[in-house]
Design a protein around this ligand. Sequence first.
Ligand SMILES: [Fe+2]
Length: 192
Amino acid sequence: MKLSSKTAKKMLDDALGKTPHDGWIKHSICVGDAAARIAKALNLDTEKAKTLGYIHDIGKTISFQNHVMDGYNLLKQKGYDEEYCNICLVHSYLNNDVNCTAGGIPKKIPFRTQFIQTHEYTPYEKIINLCDLLCTNRICTLEQRLIDIMVRRGVYSNTVYHIKEAYKLKEYFDNLLGYNVYNLFPEIKENI
Ligand SMILES: [Fe+2]
């Protein structure tokens, strides 16, 4: 079953006030809106990019700690197509590696490790990977976001690895666009 950005937004609106904090809801809207802007610049499907951004952290309606698997399972149970379920699973991991993530080495979940290793990331998934790293609850620079995560979640053995791959991901999009991805977000200047 397809998921629309309208339905995804309603899921976020319905979650307001029902989780330990609402910060992730504004963040998800930021990710979806930023993803749509990048998709438009690359002549991709803006509605799909927006929907995937809105939905990527939906597992937080179940648990913060395990939101990746919870989001994947929630959307599967509801009967949504693979691409919507998969974004919950892949959004935090760069370089086809579960260890390439913020907040330390994740706990071992063989299904997830195997999935991330063998999955070919779609252009939309790469956009969400990037936008997740360009949004706190508003659009910001990669550096601001990485520091925001480190301040909240700490610095670990894999932090430098994750930062290096995050820079590579931004560079990938800068090259694809032919200009700095920040040019799509002039409002970043107000947020620095
Ligand atoms: Fe996120």
